[in-house]
Design a protein around this ligand. Sequence first.
Ligand code: HEM
Length: 153
Amino acid sequence: MKKILLSFASVLILVGAGCASTTTLPPAAQEQPAPAPTPEPAPEPTPTPEPPCCPPPETETEPEPTPPVSDEPTGAKTYTMAEVAAHAGAASCWSAINGSVYDLTSWIGKHPGGESAILSLCGRDGSATFNNQHGGSALQENRLASFKIGALK
Ligand code: HEM
């Protein structure tokens, strides 16, 4: 009987030892927490193709430049002798000299040779008078040219 008890006890010890070995696992064998999955890198956004070329935005059409409205006669005009004759005084002094028409109004008070010399030209053909006094002189002829408003018809 004692033998049976001993062998039973040794069986118990052996079973216990086996159990102990299975219950305490080494730390390495313990289940490690699964590493967090690294997120996939976001795919590169593919550039959206440009829409087919659109017509350029409508630009505001520039208004046609209107020529300056002026009563000032230009050198491109032509005048009849009758028109010249209508400007025969100090208020408006036109003279026809050598086929061109001149507005001498502003020159009356500035003429170095005196007002009366210019007033004598107003409203008529002053070619002979001017040529006799200043003909061939670049200074006087250039000054005369600065008053030209057109051609005599
Ligand atoms: C539109 C026509 C004329 C123009 C543009 C004109 C222009 C001039 C100018 C620029 C001068 C100064 C010259 C200088 O400083 O050397 C002058 C002087 C003079 N002008 Fe006239 N002139 C005109 C008509 C006349 C007329 C018709 C007469 C006489 C009939 C006359 C008689 C004189 C005299 C006496 C002088 C001062 C002396 C001289 O420089 O000969 N001019 N003129």
